[in-house]
Structures are given as structure tokens and as C-alpha cells.
Design a protein around this ligand. Structure first.
Ligand code: C2O
Ligand code: CU
Ligand code: CU
Length: 489
């Protein structure tokens, strides 16, 4: 096992940030920080539509038949901007892909047929999955073949999502459309009486930019994919100027004057959001990446970095018919500062509720920690052989350098995460226990670190033995080497 020391590499940019004072280890995982996104804006080369003129699409829902769900990854041409076609890579040809509704504790098989002309890998983000089904980045499904992914789903109800995870090309593949939600439910969650049916809606939020012909614009350094990586300007991350929700630009949803449950997912490659509502509306957060909070948390703003989810209830019942509630992103102005709008169109009955007590989360004992690991996410000189030049990395090493560490199944670890610039950090297989609202514990699979930040998470090593990845979920950082693997033994 290596003994990582904290290093301060000088890099292409952000060198000053490395020297920033480390924040005290704190409980403000969910409070955001008012600073924007790390990356560069790629302006669209077509006129973008007026916000709030397109209806919010609701992705098709699929449930397992005899435990099996079929997905076909394929190209298709869809209308994203009114009157134009955009070619996407989509599960079942749609973006987002269908919403999978499944039950925690019931094994799910996803049968993926790859009808693309490129390799793909399917990853269930947030799933506790054996290594051979987890979507290891080099374990590809080649074109023209079918692969069964078996998910035992021995875990809590949670808003998971699935996406491509191909080595070096996750950024362009997800940007092209290979992402969808997988909502797990269980008896505990169903008994709560939260809004359901047509009032339980996934909101997949991402930013995109468009080429002159209406295509999604992605600045691959080599469009033939002979070598990975994006143009130098976008090494920090690609930021689009058009916000899509469920694949539609700044859409509008007509709602009843009632409570709604929204499963928010930030599926952007690099953009962070700090979501807010107007007209006095608030978010009542009931869950995080990996399931229910202990109790509801009323919030006026809601930060969401790449891959993070928030399970929220919004109550429109006191608003007069005709009221328009706009969801904005406080980290930006202009197009990226707008997200979507809700229009209250009718009164309606509503028997949903948000109980004061949602769940019980066993608090892990820091005294039981067997191993403490330091993981530093920063720009550094390594990665050169593969990518040529300074690259994002973890502890100065990259995917090609072997396991960053080996963990022992059944033990508790503490990971001390540090950063140079913004990095949303995600590990496969394991969950992170963090401080939630009012000192209650909460479960996350992705935690957002600020520039020069230092945070600790408790990580129970549970599930399966084998090799998994740990990476930054800024997809440009991930593809450009900020991904390492670890083993569970
Ligand atoms: Cu969202 Cu390694 O994944
Ligand atoms: Cu994942
Ligand atoms: Cu990063």
C-alpha cells in the first residue's frame, strides 16, 4: 500500500488554488459555496430558444419483466431545439434514457444491446454491484453484441442513475445522451405517503452547447477518437450555454396546486448548480444520492454538483392557479442561470404527505475506523505517457498505475479528501456517510469539494470483493486521468 502524502503540483491553471487554506473538516456538505463551475464555456453556434416555451418531457418508465429490463444503445435523431434535429447516442434512442423503476432487494438484470458503432460500458451509479457487472471502464460491450448486467440491488431505496463509462470517452458519450435514471423503491419508502404516480417526476438537468447544424458540440481533440481528451481550453471541464431538463431546453411543466416529488439529477459533464425557486416556494429535501434522510429538510437553495441527486418535495398547493414558479441556478446569470418553470394550472385534491420522520440511519462510530486514507485530487505532471502533458490525477497517480489501495471487506475506513480546484468525488461500490442536516447522518456516493478543500467521509467497505474505480465526476477530469482503481479483498 502506498502512503500518500499531500502534494502541491503546479499545473496548467489553478496553481494558486492549491495553496488556499484548507477548510476545516465540517458538516456543510450540502450548503454549496457560491462559487461557480470549473471549466470553460463553449458558446452555441445556433440561436437558442426562448426559455419556458417547451413542455417538459417525462422519460418513458420501464419496470422489469421477470426481473429483466432491455435497453438498446443506439443513435437517433431527436428534436431538442424547436425545428432542428440533433443526433444523439441514447438508450432506446432517447435522451434521457427510460426511467427504470425497480425494487431494492430484488435482483435486476439489464440486458444491453449495443447498436452503436463504438464500444460502450454500462454503469449503475450508486449501485452496490459485483465487479463483473459494475461497468469497469475497460470491460466494454463491443458494437453488435448483447451483455447482461446483473444488479443484486441489496441496498436502500434510492434515486440511482445509469450512464456510459467507457475508458477515456465517458465525457463525450454521456454528453451525446447515454444517461438515464433508475429509481429504487422499497417498503419503507412506499409507506411514507410521499407524492407518487404522475406527481413523482425525475428532473435530469444538464447543460449542452450546439453546433451550427444543431448537433451537440463536444470539443474532442481528435474527433476520430484515435486519442482521447478535449481541446486544451476545456481541460477544466466543458460548460454548455443551454440548460436542458429531461432533454428539453429550459422547459415548462404544468402542475396541479398540489405537492410534487422531484428526483433531481445533475447529469452535466462539469457544470454545478445552486437551484432556487421563486414565489416563496422551497425545496423540502427528503433524500440524497443514496436514499432517504432521517427527516425532511426545508431549503431555499439546493446545490448540486455533477452526478449528485436530491430527492425533493415542492408544494404548489398554496399558490393560486396561474402562478408561475421559476427554478433558477444561482451560480450563473444568463442562459445557464435559468433552469425551468412550473405553471400552476388547476386546483386538485392531494392525499400525499411528508412525515416528520422519514428513515433511521445507523450512525457509524469513528472509533471503529480501521484505516485512514488520504486522497488528493489535483492537476499534476503525470498521465503524460497516455495523454501528453500535465493531467488531472489522484495522489499523483492515474488509472494506468495499479490499485491506489486495497481495502478489506467488512471494515470501516475514513477517507480524507483534498482538492486543488472544484472536484465532485465519486467511488463505485461504497457509500460515504457524511453529516446531514442538524447533525443527522446521511448517505452520499458523490461529494462536492471546493477549491483547496479538505473533507472526511466514513466509508464502510461492504458488498463485494474485486476491483472498482474512484474518480472525479467532472467528466472531462475523469477522462483526462482523474480516475484510479482500488481493490476490495
Ligand atoms: Cu457516475 Cu464512475 O460514475
Ligand atoms: Cu458510479
Ligand atoms: Cu475534478
Amino acid at each position: 500500500m502506498m502512503s500518500p502524502t499531500r502534494r502541491t503540483f503546479l499545473g496548467l491553471s489553478g496553481a494558486a488554488a492549491v495553496t488556499a487554506v484548507l477548510a476545516a473538516v465540517g458538516s456543510d456538505w450540502f450548503t454549496g459555496n457560491g462559487t461557480g463551475s470549473h471549466g470553460a464555456l463553449l458558446p452555441s453556434r445556433v440561436p437558442l430558444p426562448e426559455p419556458f416555451t417547451t413542455a417538459l418531457p417525462i422519460p418513458r418508465e420501464i419496470t422489469p419483466t421477470d426481473g429483466v429490463v432491455d435497453l438498446v444503445a443506439r443513435r437517433s435523431a431527436v428534436e431538442v431545439l424547436p425545428g432542428r434535429t440533433t443526433e444523439i447516442l441514447g438508450y432506446d434512442g432517447t435522451f434521457p434514457g427510460p426511467t427504470i423503476r425497480a425494487r431494492a432487494g430484488e435482483p435486476l438484470r439489464v440486458r444491453l444491446r449495443n447498436e452503436l458503432d463504438l464500444d460502450t460500458v454500462l454503469h449503475l451509479h450508486g449501485g452496490v454491484t459485483p465487479p463483473e457487472h459494475d461497468g469497469y471502464p475497460t470491460d466494454v460491450v463491443v458494437p453488435g453484441t448483447v451483455r447482461d448486467y446483473d444488479y443484486p440491488l441489496g441496498q436502500r431505496a434510492a434515486p440511482l442513475w445509469y450512464h456510459d463509462h467507457a475508458m477515456d470517452f465517458t465525457g463525450p458519450n454521456v454528453y451525446a445522451g447515454l444517461a438515464g435514471m433508475a429509481l429504487l423503491t422499497d417498503d419503507e419508502e412506499e409507506a411514507l405517503g410521499l407524492p407518487s404516480g404522475e406527481r413523482d417526476i425525475p428532473l435530469v438537468i444538464c447543460d449542452r452547447s450546439f453546433d451550427a447544424d444543431g448537433a451537440f458540440a463536444y470539443p474532442l481533440i481528435d474527433p476520430s477518437r484515435g486519442r482521447p481528451g478535449v481541446e486544451l481550453r476545456y481541460h477544466g471541464g466543458l460548460l454548455g450555454d443551454c440548460v436542458l431538463v429531461n432533454g428539453a431546453p429550459w422547459p415548462v411543466l404544468e402542475v396541479d396546486a398540489a405537492r410534487y416529488r422531484f428526483r433531481l439529477l445533475n447529469a452535466s459533464n462539469a457544470r454545478r448548480y445552486e437551484l432556487a425557486l421563486d414565489q416563496g416556494a422551497t425545496f423540502t429535501q427528503v433524500g440524497t444520492d443514496l436514499g432517504l434522510l432521517e427527516k425532511p429538510w426545508v431549503r431555499s437553495t439546493l446545490p448540486l454538483a455533477g452526478a449528485e441527486r436530491a430527492d425533493v418535495v415542492v408544494d404548489f398547493s398554496d399558490l393560486p392557479v396561474g402562478t408561475e414558479v421559476t427554478m433558477t441556478n444561482r451560480l450563473d446569470g444568463g442562459g445557464p442561470g435559468q433552469v425551468m418553470r412550473f405553471r400552476v394550472v388547476r386546483t386538485a385534491s392531494d392525499d400525499s404527505r411528508v412525515p416528520d420522520r422519514l428513515s433511521t440511519i445507523e450512525r457509524l462510530d469513528p472509533g471503529a475506523v480501521a484505516v485512514t486514507r488520504d486522497l488528493h485530487f489535483a492537476l499534476g505532471p503525470t498521465g503524460g505517457a497516455h495523454h501528453g502533458g500535465g493531467m488531472w490525477n489522484v495522489n499523483g497517480i492515474t488509472f494506468h498505475d495499479g490499485d491506489v489501495f486495497t481495502s478489506r471487506l467488512g471494515t470501516l475506513e475514513r477517507w480524507r479528501l483534498t482538492t486543488d480546484v472544484h472536484h465532485p468525488i465519486h467511488a463505485h461500490l461504497v457509500g460515504f456517510q457524511v453529516e446531514g442536516p442538524d447533525g443527522t447522518p446521511a448517505w452520499k456516493d458523490t461529494v462536492d469539494l471546493r477549491p483547496g478543500d479538505a473533507r472526511e467521509v466514513l466509508v464502510p467497505i461492504e458488498g463485494y470483493r474485486g476491483q472498482y474505480v474512484l474518480h472525479c465526476h467532472n467528466l472531462e477530469h475523469e477522462d483526462m486521468m482523474m480516475m484510479v482503481h482500488f481493490s476490495v479483498a
